[in-house]
Write a protein that binds this ligand. Structure first.
Ligand code: UDP
Length: 369
């Protein structure tokens, strides 16, 4: 019979980017256990925030994430209702499991609910991807990450900029820069994606298409912003194919444009798997996105990015010349497109760590008992 592990961790996930971040930490735990005799037990809680097969299960399968021990099935509600129900259910899970740590990732409602539930039970919280700020309090993600950071005991930052943001806010927890776990994931899966995923799936050729994703509330909830972006995409698609894996939120909101898309060179497709996305990103001529993760992955693959927002948390991608903020402004997007930087122009510095962020994070957690 195995004895009680030295440390029990509850990891809480719920949305697509969190599966990718959590996969790297679960992998680091498995590697630690292989050499240290199963001393860490990880209990995975899936809140259910994203539940479609192609927004959830495909990531567990492809990234070999252990199946969740608890699936709370909470989705499709307003922010308050969703967060409230998660808070209540996660609290019960934590009372039952009695973990030493709760690990939360990024900035979703699942992050907020888990961080609050744990903090109120005096269970230490570790926040992976702490310290990011857009300084835009209208973003639900900004509220979630600020609260999570202020109740966390261990703040695991992806960059020095994030460390500085936390210093400016005077958070109480222990702050360290471990690097970006999404960079770990890119390094781990990039080759596999190139081997296993063919661009012919989308009928496009290397460097001869643009990749687009849109799902931020500021763009999907505001028809004027969405239409301005759509106009720019239509113009771009007259010279080069645009592949657009559509987030469920975006598809539901704009049926007319989506239905017309096939006729104008924009390939509207369902959300793709992580390996497919990695391949699509790495081979694109340029990426247009309002996603945080996709902006950064564009940088990892050294593919120019036009960000369809007015600000970004990932300021290094801008200062190093790989990313341009275009807002939701047709003219700015098209000007950005006309001026996308060539690949050989830019310096090779990387502010996102050494590709072992998940290991460093786990190490910090073990030290911070
Ligand atoms: N992603 C994916 N399939 C898609 C779109 C995105 O696997 O169809 C991945 C992408 O590679 C990145 C992550 O999802 O790792 C980003 O998630 P998302 O854009 O949903 O959230 P954000 O990063 O903006 O919080």
């Amino acid at each position: 019979m195995p004895g009680r592990p030295e440390m029990k961790i509850v990891s809480v996930v719920g949305a697509r980017p969190q599966f990718i971040k959590a996969a790297t930490v679960s992998r680091a735990i498995a590697q630690h256990n292989a050499s240290a005799g199963d001393s860490i037990r990880e209990v995975i809680v899936h809140t259910g925030q994203h539940f479609d097969e192609n927004m959830s299960q495909v990531f567990f399968d492809e990234l070999a994430i252990p199946p969740p021990h608890h699936n709370l099935g909470i989705a499709g509600l307003t922010h308050g209702a969703m967060t409230g129900r998660m808070l209540e259910r996660i609290e019960q899970v934590l009372l039952d499991e009695g973990p030493d740590w709760v690990v939360v990732f990024g900035d979703t409602n699942s992050t907020l609910a888990a961080a609050l539930a744990a903090a109120k039970l005096h269970i230490p919280v570790a926040h992976v991807e702490a310290g990011l700020r857009s300084f835009n309090m209208r973003m639900p993600e900004e509220i979630n990450r600020i609260v999570a950071d202020h109740v966390a005991k261990l703040l695991l930052c992806p960059t020095e900029e994030a460390v500085r943001n936390l210093a400016n806010e005077g958070v109480r927890g222990q702050v360290c820069n471990v690097g970006d776990v999404m960079y770990d994931a890119t390094l781990l899966y990039r080759e596999r994606a190139a081997e296993r995923v063919a661009l012919t799936t989308w009928n496009v050729r290397e460097r001869n298409y643009a990749l687009c994703t849109i799902h931020r509330a500021e763009n999907t909830d505001d028809p004027d912003r969405f239409h301005a972006i759509w106009k720019a995409l239509c113009a771009i698609s007259r010279s080069i194919p645009v592949v657009f894996p559509v987030h469920p939120r975006t598809r539901n909101l704009f049926p007319r444009e989506m239905a017309d898309a096939g006729t104008n060179g924009i390939a509207i497709v369902d959300p793709v798997s992580y390996l497919q996305m990695t391949r699509l990103e790495a081979s694109a001529k340029a990426i247009l996105t309002d996603s945080g993760g996709v902006q950064k992955e564009a940088f990892f693959h050294k593919v120019p990015c036009l960000t369809l927002r007015d600000e970004t948390e990932w300021v290094e991608t801008i200062s190093l010349g790989w990313n341009v903020l275009c807002g939701a402004d047709t003219e700015r997007i098209l000007a950005g497109w006309a001026a996308i930087p060539s690949r050989d122009r830019i310096d090779g510095s990387n502010p996102y760590g050494d590709g072992r962020a998940a290991h460093h994070a786990l190490h910090r957690l073990l030290e911070c008992q």
